[in-house]
Design a protein around this ligand. Structure first.
Ligand SMILES: NC(=O)NC(NC(N)=O)C(=O)[O-]
Ligand SMILES: [Zn+2]
Ligand SMILES: [Zn+2]
Length: 511
């Protein structure tokens, strides 16, 4: 008997050390090995009623020095005066000193690609990266996943795929494609099932089961959306005929960025937006499409396209526009030959265009920022070949939204209050997330705590949680703005490089 115990014990010890090794080596593997389910595993904090104090809390009324009281996931009071917690017991106070306490970022343009293309990204990797970057809510695009999210049933597949995998809250855009634009039953089914709005392409999307829509499909979609009071997001580029193309430079060498840039001129964006504003005129109060809203995603052209949007806004159209950090950080002149990490559509344009986009942000003509995080696998990004014409278009950036927007934005005068409008309040409004987007009493305690002054380099030692870190155009850059802690509905989901043991984000469905 004794000898049996002595034989089993070492085996048991080996098994336990194996489990411990995998747990600390790779938390994803740990999730597969050990089923974690308790509520306590959702948060790195041992209590659910606590205060967060800081000298720099970004609120809708400005930056205050004080404390935010959180109870069971909600903000229940905000007290001005640092060190004055409003409670005599003050049992649980997290004092962040000079670190900035800001509403968590809401990224309304993220391609998580699950189900169907989890080798590109996925709910687990994407939302872990989001949490590490202070993004507390993402809204997932209806394409690159397979099948695309174009019906109640395909939304159901998305929801199934989120189980135990989302570290932050996730909403969903549904797809508007010719097939459902003509079929109100499918479209209403999708909207009733809870997508926050619809998304369509005015040019080929690169995904077979996500065909482009004409302006007539868009009108049909808007008339349904008007009833639900939810937005239509549009990839606004339209393929114009060859006479509108600029002459290819550099002999059409596909390893040179300008060759690709010339294939998608600003007139493609202008052409699409011209058609759109012809329709958004009907969204004015009292108009036939009152209740509908058009949101133009990832605007790159800061000239005529932006003018059209400004004019439509001043006329009272229900229209908004986003741009992405890569259009504010990079310019075409700097993109090295063959570096396909920078390929996206619409393309990154020249430095003059970038400056105009920056001005438009400061002047309030651009409503919000989003990442358009759209990764793929290395084989399709063609880094080895460096072929801009054949490589997949999409920038990988979700984890770096905050430090990138801050590092490049502060140089031209963006303030913390503006950042929180562009990344939290306005995106919450677009997506209809009433309890998110601001540090305000009654709201979800979705909070990022970060140090704007701390600099770091995105090198190989930096903990990147994206599925394919090497595909991000930001690798190798020096940035400022280190995320310390991320709270999602009061759960501390990320602290100083480490995630909570379990994924307790929730799917957000519109009612
Ligand atoms: N299928 C995509 O993910 N496309 C995306 N690609 C980019 N932006 O290059 C997009 O949002 O258009
Ligand atoms: Zn797009
Ligand atoms: Zn996109």
């Amino acid at each position: 008997m004794d000898s049996l115990v002595w034989r089993v014990l070492p085996l048991l010890a080996i098994l336990v050390s194996f489990l411990i090794f995998f747990y600390f080596k790779d938390p994803n593997t740990a999730q597969l090995l050990i089923k974690l389910s308790s509520d306590d595993d959702c948060t790195l904090l041992p209590y659910d009623h606590y205060w967060i104090s800081s000298n720099r809390i970004v609120t809708p009324q400005g930056i205050i020095s004080g404390s935010v009281e959180i109870d069971k996931g909600k903000i229940i009071s905000i007290v001005e005066g640092y060190g004055k917690k409003g409670s005599s017991k003050q049992e649980q106070v997290i004092d962040y000193g000079e670190a900035v306490v800001m509403p968590g970022l809401i990224d309304v343009h993220v391609h998580l690609d699950e189900p169907g293309r989890t080798d590109w990204e996925g709910f687990l990797t994407g939302t872990r990266a989001a949490a590490a970057g202070g993004v507390t809510t993402v809204v997932d695009m209806p394409l690159n996943n397979h099948p695309t999210t174009v019906s109640k049933e395909t939304l159901g597949l998305k929801l199934d795929a989120t189980k135990n995998k989302i570290y932050v809250d996730v909403g969903f855009w549904g797809g508007l494609i010719p097939e459902n634009a003509h079929n109100t039953t499918i479209l209403e089914g999708l909207l009733s099932a809870g997508v926050l709005g619809l998304k369509s392409f005015m040019c080929p999307s690169g995904i077979n089961d996500f065909p482009m829509t004409t302006i007539d499909h868009i009108k049909e979609g808007l008339s349904v959306l008007a009833k639900y009071r939810r937005p239509l997001l549009v990839h606004a580029e339209i393929e114009l005929d060859s006479k509108n193309h600029l002459e290819p430079k550099d002999n059409g060498d596909s390893h040179v960025y300008s060759t690709y840039l010339n294939t998608r001129p600003p007139s493609w964006e202008q052409g699409a937006i011209e058609e759109l504003v012809g329709v958004t005129k009907d969204t004015i109060i009292g108009g036939p499409l009152e209740g509908a809203h058009v949101h133009i995603v990832h605007l790159s052209d800061s000239s005529a396209s932006l003018d059209l949007i400004k004019k439509a806004k001043s006329r009272g159209d229900s229209i908004s526009v986003e741009t992405c950090p890569h259009y504010l950080a990079f310019s075409s002149e700097e993109i090295p030959n063959g570096d396909t990490r920078f390929k996206c559509s619409p393309p990154i344009r020249d430095a003059f265009n970038k400056e105009k986009l920056r001005e438009a942000i400061l002047e309030g003509h651009i409503d919000l920022l989003s990442s358009d995080h759209s990764p793929t696998v290395p084989e399709l990004k063609l880094l080895e070949e460096g072929d801009f014409l054949r490589a997949w278009g999409g920038i990988s950036s979700l984890q770096f939204n905050l430090p990138v927007a801050w590092s490049y934005g502060k140089k031209y005068g963006v303030t913390l209050e503006q950042l929180s409008l562009l990344w939290s309040k306005k995106p919450a409004t677009l997506a209809g997330l009433e309890s998110k987007g601001a540090i305000a009493v009654g709201n979800h305690a979705d909070i990022v705590v970060w140090q704007p002054e701390v600099e770091f380099e995105l090198n190989d030692d930096y903990p990147v949680f994206l599925k394919h870190p090497s595909l991000s155009a930001y690798m190798g850059r020096k940035l400022s703005g280190k995320v310390l802690d991320t709270f999602v509905r009061g759960n501390l989901v990320f602290r100083d490089g480490k995630h909570a043991p379990a994924a307790c984000g929730v799917p957000i469905l519109a009612k």
